[in-house]
Design a protein around this ligand. Sequence first.
Ligand code: GLC
Length: 426
Amino acid sequence: MANELIEHAIEILRKNDQGTYTVPTHGLYPFQWNWDSALTALGMGYYDEDRAWVELTTLMDHQWEDGMVPHIIFHKEDEGYFPGPDVWRTGRSLPTSGITQPPVSGFAVRRLYERATDKAKAAEQARPLLAKIDAWHDWFYRCRDPHGSGLVALIHPWESGRDNSVDWDIAFERVPTDGVEPFQRRDLQHADASHRPTQAQYERYIYLVQLFRSLNWDNSKLHDASPFQIVDPGFNGILIRSCADLADLAEKLGHPEIAARNRARAEAGVAAMEALWSEADSQYLCFDRKAGVMIKNASIAGLLAVFAPIPKNRAEQIGARLMDMGKQAKYLVPSQPVGSDLYDGKRYWRGPVWLIVNFMISNGLARAGQSDVVDRIVSDSLSLIEKGGFAEYYDPMTGEPCGGKTFTWTAAMVIEFLSNADREAA
Ligand code: GLC
């Protein structure tokens, strides 16, 4: 069974492979997405190491001069997606969006290197990426933590990768919709409307894009100008982990300054994360920087933070909370707790299980020695695949596959789970 699933996963990766980048799935997402690509490279590394390095290299080739790595790279024209380059208008010769996504690249580059069979060759591929990822991390702390809190803020829900999370609801009400140019969504041609964000949310997504565009995508201005500034513990956890992993790899490859800078960022980040801990919820919570208040919603963001090298007692508390959630949810890990007021088991990031998040949570828990909960998450993830195929996300109670089908990063994560790499790397 395991071999058959891996074969099927490879088939999906190959089908979505465009040569130098991979689309998340044909139709719904016809371009290159940032964190999709970095996680996809891990799956590719299993059957073609060279191709895996190309995936990461293509992504980093589109880094902006200021250090940002955009969330979408529009390699080809495609009418089937909204908002396309004509809405973003970022002025790049090869069009990109103007916001970023969770920076998993530092983690991915180290993992690819550690697993590489030919280390000298892998070092050659990794070396040019080190400086670029370092510059991206620097950009984050410079432009998204301009007042030096130690944690970065998102200025658009799409940056979190959890587009319509319940976490954003209250802050999003402050985002106006006046002046939003008329538009036609394309996602509903490819996926069920009840599985997707609402029209009101889309209007606010586009309002923010128009606002940033009116500021010429100048990142020295966008953070302070945005009515939406959220400090997300999952996002910061990913950034901290990437800094720590980049530091380890840079040290190994003889770049002590990159190592020192990233180690310092990771240490400062871990210390600052403590401000987001909620004892009552036994997990971290988001902070609304604009309003100056914690967001009282115990979503997956605060569990995903275990991907970072947080203190052992915090990882244990998160492990216990997950075991508890596992009594209610048939499949771990729901993006919003089953039974909470705004839980919606089929609507994107408001309930469904996503395999990439399961992978990152279980990777962090494995490093913290929480093997029982890791076993449960891995086994639930594989049951979902066996039952529903390689979907974009799944209902945590029925296991129903939702959103797009034959999904690239889902396939890549199945390879990760089945090749059992986590336990080895822990
Ligand atoms: C959706 C997801 C985001 C992902 C993208 C492509 O927008 O919310 O996390 O990167 O699709 O798969």
